[in-house]
Structures are given as structure tokens and as C-alpha cells.
Write a protein that binds this ligand. Structure first.
Ligand code: F6R
Length: 615
């Protein structure tokens, strides 16, 4: 989704804005733009394409001096990606400039009104309507920028994170948010505005995260003023110290963020359970769960809401919760749940899983659950994100910034958190034997080592990728705990390499997908020794007899599947319930190498956005 960067201070704004936009590239975008103010003139450059295209265009078209600047990466919603629709947008007078992430839903009637008053529009965007609405209010009611923005925002329906500049008061930027994230970096004599803190992390570690419905007047050499957009009440801005460091948001020698993040999994899984899992003492302690243990124990059922990869982690959790804690679980696509009048009651626990903590559908689903009196528990990665704040309680995954658009470490750390919750509940309910409980704790503690070992399949995954990189389709099969891993493997392949892929429960094959099998169809089968091994061996035989090409993920030392499969990838042994944490690793590597070999943009796949803040 769109990314926003702004700077006001004593440094040259252009390099800060451009570098900031590059840091936000992971969010997904199709065009970019920048505005600079040099003390006399507004300078604007916008283009369809990448930030590097913008830099090239700017170097030819404008001087890049100025200590105030705003920049934007656009993920098209209203109007095709082209130069004109790119942000920033300028008001008719040429004085006001805006960048916007979100959607103004009632832009059409507002546009008609403005046209009737003589306004002319260059673009097809809702954002150009907003900047002209602010201008009209400013003129008509003779308001300063902050008040005019506030009044305009009270007219609009939709979601936004905006930054607005006014040439008439050039020592000020106004920022506001509703439904889209916005962070303000507070330095010495300078301020930064951004969709997340990554654009300003090397300049300041102090940040204010605006809450929904808040706006900030940012003036040079003056304290920042934050107020509620609706009732104008003043808010004391809470300045927090950022945990993030520069190293975390750079590639650190890897060719892609995705690969770096795949390799980070052993250490981030450890970070996820650090201080929570005490295997030797037989203790799992998570504040959000302890404080609400009764809610979990009295729950009639757990409803998990999520999207994409997070939904797959939810499916793994369904198996784990039901097996360990014997609590019925339903896993819902947040986008379906929110619109289908679901039956929710006050004895339901709703777990929302979201890496970004900003996914619009997941957010709406938890709001709905809260309205029905359910207890909402958030499993998010981004600290302070909207979903984590909207939840009654929660547990962070502590995976660190995930910048590759394709989720990798988010998935395994989500499963780690959910497994710990299930184990804690199992202990409280006595639904696992003492010996099994201790066995799982010990197993979980050594999972990072096994993930490290599983990463040694990289070369093998690369060889297999070279063979299958031109396949037009691919099937992924798994059973039990590894059925969601099959779905996740297929999603990874399709989203970064654009190969059509589908995941199925292996036994479902006979009910349709088997018709697809021929000697051109690669079938990735997840077949670890534990679980339904014999059953999956039969499924592999079914594929073999129809000449399918089998790539099997097997436990080290396996002989039976090796005889049937064309290629095997060996992974270390672990218990069935924890196996998704291991089996998913070679599938991530396989997708990665196939995408690289096909020349795809691995970290920023076409059409995708990292945090989906529109429904
Ligand atoms: C796939 C992927 C997406 C996200 C989905 C939910 O690799 O990244 O499917 O999992 O958009 O995002 P979050 O977890 O941020 O709510």
C-alpha cells in the first residue's frame, strides 16, 4: 500500500525523502513522487514506476535543494498508475500540496461540489479532491492550514494517513491519520513523517505514533501539537523510544530481504520464545495469556481471524489448539467473517493474527467481534500497530521488521506464539500428559537448531528450482499439520514467481486435482515421518502411477519415499505438531530460488502490497 515520507528541519530534504521512499518500497507501489520547498518555490516531480525512476526524472527536471519535502509511493486505488495520478497532489491555487495513503470513499459527491465551484481536476484520484476541499475551506472560512485540514477531514468518509504543506505557511507540515499508519520522528530541530519508522531510524529514535482520529501540527522550533480531529481536544503526544535499528532494515549482505528473513528464522524464533518458554522448569509464561487465562479457559471456542499467510498460521494453530488444549477452533478469512453476519458471543475468544497489525479486513473483523462482546487477542509483529492496540490483549511475535513482501519469518514466529499459547492452556486444563507437555517444551526449545539444519537444504532447493523453474503449474500436498504448510508453500510460489500453484490436503487429490497430474506436473509432497506417513506414501504412489513429477520433503534417513520420488529434500526430525516450523523452510527456499531464476522481483512482487490497509 502507499508509503508516505515527510521532512521539515535543517537538512536537505531530498535525500532523506528519497531514501525513506526506498525503505518503504516493501509496502508495494506502482508510482512515486516528491515535493520540495526551497524557501521560494514548490518543486514537484512524479512518475509511474520505481523510486529509482523518480530519481532519474528529478535529476533532469528540477533542482533538489530545500529543507522541507514530502514524498510518496502510490499503490493505485482510484485511477490507473500514471504520472498524473501519482502523488503529491497540488491544489488549484498551487499553494497546498498533499500526500495520502488510504481511500476517500465519498470523494465523488465532494468532487462534484468542487467542480460546481469552479475547481478543475487533473487526475482521477480521491486525493486531489481532498487537497482542493482543504483549499476551499481555507478560503471560505479564512482558516489556517491545521484548522482547514481538520474541518475537511470531518467532511470525508474513508481512511487516510496524510501530510499537507502550505506555501503560505512554509515552516509547517500537518499530518493526520484514520485507519492508515503514521509515525512522526522527533529530532533536534527537525521532524520526520512516515508510514513507519524505517525512513527516519538513523536520524532519531524518538517517535510519536498518531492514534486513529488524531492530527499533528508540526512546526519548526515549536513543540508538536496533537489533537483529536473530531472534537479538537488536545492530546499529549507520547514519545516512544524505537526498538528498531538500522541493521534490521538493511539487507545485511543478502541479495534479497526475503532470503535474509528466511535465514533469520532460527534467531527470531528464539526471540519469540525468549523469556516466555522455560523448558527445564516446565513453564510457559506470556503476560497477555496469564492475565486473561480464565477467558481462554472458559471459552466455548476460539475463532481465529486473519488473511493470507497469517491465515495459514491460523490453520496450523487450529490443529494445535484442538490437539493440545481440546478447545474447538474455527479459522476464518477476516474478509469473509466481517461481512457474513457471524454468530459471535461473549464466551468466544477471537485471535487476530497479523504480521503488520494493519490489515484492514482483520481490523474490521476484530471490531465486529468486540461489538459482540468477544474477547480479542492479537498476535502481531509490528509493535504498536493498529490491531495490537485494538485488541484486548495479545502477544507480539518479535520477528523484527519483515520487509520482503512474501511472509516467511512472520509465519514461523506466529506458529511459535500460537503453539506456546496452546501449551499453556493445555497445562491449565490438564489436556496433555505431563510427559507430553515437557516433551513439547523441550522440542520447541531446540526448534531453532532444527530450523538452522533445515536451512542447509538451500543448495538442494536451488538444484530442484533449476529443474522446475519453467513449470506453468505446481501442486502442493500435505496432511494434518502439514496441510496448511502445503497451502503456504503454494502461496509463496505463486506470489513471487507467478507460477500457478495450489495446495491441497493430500487425500483430497482423488476428488478432483488428480485429473491434473501428468508428466509435466510437479507435485511437492510434504511427507515427514511422523503424522500420516503411510497414508501420504499411498498418495505419492497415486501420483507416481500417473507419471507426476514428485518433489518430496522427507525426514532425514527416509527410504520409502525416496524410492518413489524424483527429488527428495531431507529435513531434521521433530514431533508431528511442531513439524510445520521445519517443513516450511525448504518450501520457502524453493519458491525463492525459482523466482530469482525466473528474473522476478522477489521482494516486491507485482500487484502486491506488504500491508493491505484497504479492504
Ligand atoms: C503472503 C503475505 C500475505 C499476508 C497477508 C496478511 O506472503 O505476506 O498473504 O500474510 O496480507 O498480512 P498481515 O499478516 O500483515 O495481516
Amino acid at each position: 500500500m502507499c508509503g508516505i515520507v515527510g521532512y521539515i528541519g535543517y537538512r536537505e530534504a531530498y535525500p532523506i525523502v528519497i531514501k525513506g521512499l526506498k525503505r518503504l518500497e516493501y509496502r508495494g507501489y506502482d508510482s512515486a513522487g516528491v515535493m520540495l520547498y526551497d524557501g521560494a518555490d514548490i518543486k514537484l516531480c512524479k512518475t509511474k514506476g520505481k523510486v529509482s525512476d523518480l530519481e532519474e526524472k528529478a535529476s533532469k527536471e528540477m533542482t533538489t535543494n530545500g529543507t522541507i519535502g514530502i514524498g510518496h509511493t502510490r499503490w493505485a486505488t482510484h485511477g490507473v498508475p500514471n504520472d498524473v495520478n501519482s502523488h503529491p497532489h497540488v491544489s488549484n491555487s498551487g499553494d497546498l500540496v498533499i500526500i495520502h495513503n488510504g481511500i476517500i470513499e465519498n470523494y465523488a459527491p465532494l468532487k462534484q461540489e468542487l467542480i460546481a465551484r469552479g475547481y478543475v481536476f487533473q487526475s482521477d484520484t480521491d486525493t486531489e479532491v481532498l487537497v482542493n476541499l482543504i483549499e476551499e475551506i481555507q478560503k471560505k472560512e479564512k482558516l489556517k492550514l491545521g484548522k482547514a485540514v481538520q474541518t475537511a477531514l470531518n467532511y470525508v468518509v474513508g481512511a487516510y494517513a496524510i501530510a499537507v504543506f502550505d506555501k503560505k505557511c512554509p515552516d509547517e507540515l500537518v499530518a493526520a491519520r484514520l485507519g492508515s499508519p503514521l509515525a512522526i520522528g522527533v529530532g533536534e530541530g527537525e521532524f520526520f513523517i512516515a508510514s513507519d519508522a524505517s525512513p527516519f531510524i538513523e536520524y532519531t529514535s524518538n517517535a510519536v505514533y498518531l492514534e486513529d482520529g488524531e492530527m499533528a501540527n508540526i512546526r519548526l522550533h515549536k513543540p508538536m501539537k496533537v489533537r483529536k480531529i473530531k472534537d479538537d481536544s488536545e492530546v499529549d503526544p507520547y514519545i516512544q523510544e524505537l526498538q528498531m535499528n538500522l541493521e534490521q532494515i538493511e539487507k545485511g549482505g543478502y541479495d534479497h530481504f526475503m532470503l535474509k528473513e528466511i535465514y533469520e528464522q532460527p534467531s527470531v524464533i528464539k526471540d519469540t520464545y525468549r523469556g516466555r518458554l522455560h523448558a527445564n522448569e516446565g513453564i510457559i509464561q506470556m503476560a497477555g495469556v496469564e492475565d486473561n487465562l480464565e477467558k481462554f479457559l472458559n471459552a466455548d471456542r476460539i475463532i481465529i481471524v486473519a488473511c493470507g499467510t497469517s491465515w495459514h498460521a491460523g490453520l496450523v494453530a487450529e490443529y494445535i489448539f484442538e490437539e493440545f488444549a481440546r478447545i474447538p477452533v474455527e479459522v476464518e478469512y477476516a474478509s469473509e467473517f466481517r461481512y457474513r453476519n457471524p454468530i459471535i458471543n461473549s464466551k468466544d475468544v477471537v485471535i487476530a493474527i497479523s504480521q503488520s497489525g494493519e490489515t484492514a479486513d482483520t481490523m474490521a473483523a476484530i471490531k465486529l467481534a468486540k461489538e459482540h462482546g468477544a474477547f480479542v487477542f492479537g498476535v502481531c509483529n509490528v509493535v504498536g500497530s493498529s490491531i495490537s492496540r485494538e485488541s484486548h490483549a495479545g502477544a507480539y511475535t518479535h520477528a523484527g521488521p519483515e520487509i520482503g513482501v512474501a511472509s516467511t519469518k512472520a509465519f514461523t514466529t506466529q506458529i511459535t506464539v500460537l503453539t506456546m499459547i496452546a501449551l499453556r492452556l493445555a497445562k491449565a486444563k490438564g489436556t496433555l500428559s505431563n510427559s507430553d507437555f515437557h516433551m513439547y517444551l523441550q522440542e520447541l526449545e531446540i526448534i531453532p537448531e532444527k530450523v538452522r539444519e533445515a536451512l542447509e537444504t538451500n543448495e538442494r532447493a536451488k538444484e530442484i528450482a533449476a529443474t522446475f523453474k519453467d513449470a506453468p503449474n505446481c501442486l502442493y500436498l500435505g496432511r494434518g499439520y502439514n496441510f496448511p504448510v502445503a497451502l503456504e508453500g503454494a502461496l509463496k510460489l505463486k506470489e513471487i514467481s507467478y507460477i500457478h500453484a495450489e495446495g491441497y490436503p493430500a487425500a483430497e487429490m482423488k476428488h478432483g486435482p488428480i485429473a491434473l497430474i501428468d508428466d509435466q506436473m510437479p507435485v511437492v509432497v510434504i511427507a515427514p515421518k511422523q503424522g500420516h506417513y503411510d497414508k501420504i506414501v499411498s498418495n505419492i504412489q497415486e501420483i507416481k502411477s500417473r507419471s507426476g513429477r514428485i518433489i518430496a520433503v522427507v525426514t532425514k534417513g527416509d527410504t520409502q519415499v525416496r524410492e518413489l520420488a524424483d527429488y527428495v529434500i531431507e529435513i531434521p526430525e521433530t514431533s508431528d505438531a511442531l513439524s510445520p516450523l521445519i517443513t516450511t523452510i525448504p518450501l520457502q527456499l524453493l519458491s525463492y530460488h525459482i523466482a530469482v531464476m525466473r528474473g522476478c522481483n522477489v521482494d516486491q512482487p507485482r500487484n502486491l502490497a506488504k500491508s493491505v490497509t484497504v479492504e
